[in-house]
Ligand binder design. Structure first.
Ligand SMILES: [Zn+2]
Length: 204
């Protein structure tokens, strides 16, 4: 036998790119990744619908193309959007999954990171329920950190950054209130795996 069990006891049994403990809400908004590409970047976003209102189901509706665009004035501004993320972390830390990590979700848009464009090709998109520049909940960091570690068991996730870092000037999420040092601490990963500027800003 060429396969031998990996020794780590907390091995996550990913199922075709689906996390075993996430609530599955499959989105039709995805496509194939470029063949042979390494999934080596995690992108943190924030979203709430309507903005600043938590606990409803409108994020799920947006990502499954079932949002009632007439239900709120804000929705008219994003009418017809076909978007998705691989994961959403609710305010209480609940983990939802919309797209298999093996597939390409539509979260980053026009983006660029360290010499490469189209970050959707090689990244995992994780939305935290929240509002940019507004604090997130500790259970969200705990779920996010666990998810990142689970992802890194299966894919070569080298860095975790914010949408603001791969689309500067165009996007601001998750924003100034996101606690990068806390996330780094909870993952146990070194600072080089997170945006350098964010760690500097937060500690000054
Ligand atoms: Zn974003």
């Amino acid at each position: 036998m060429s396969t031998e069990p990996r020794p780590h006891p907390s091995n996550t049994h990913w199922q075709e790119g689906w996390h075993p403990h996430a609530t599955r809400t499959p989105s039709p908004n995805f496509g194939p990744r470029p063949q042979g590409i390494a999934i080596d970047l995690a992108v943190v976003h924030s979203i709430s619908l309507p903005p600043g209102q938590y606990g409803g189901n409108d994020i799920q509706r947006l990502f499954t193309n079932t949002l009632d665009w007439d239900a709120h004035p804000y929705f008219d501004l994003i009418r017809g959007a076909e978007v998705s993320a691989h994961f959403v972390v609710r305010r209480d830390g609940q983990l939802l999954q919309f797209v298999s990590v093996l597939d390409r979700a539509w979260h980053a848009g026009r983006s660029h990171w360290q010499g490469r464009d189209n970050c959707n090709d090689f990244s995992v998109g994780i939305e935290l329920e929240g509002l940019e520049h507004t604090p997130f909940e500790v259970p969200q960091y705990e779920t996010l950190a666990r998810l990142l570690r689970d992802l890194a068991e299966a894919w070569p996730i080298a860095q975790t950054v914010g949408h603001e870092h791969i689309a500067p000037g165009r996007k601001q999420d998750p924003g100034k209130a996101f606690d990068w040092p806390l996330l780094a601490s909870l993952t146990g990963w070194p600072a080089k795996r997170f945006p350098h500027s964010a760690l500097l800003d937060s500690s000054s």
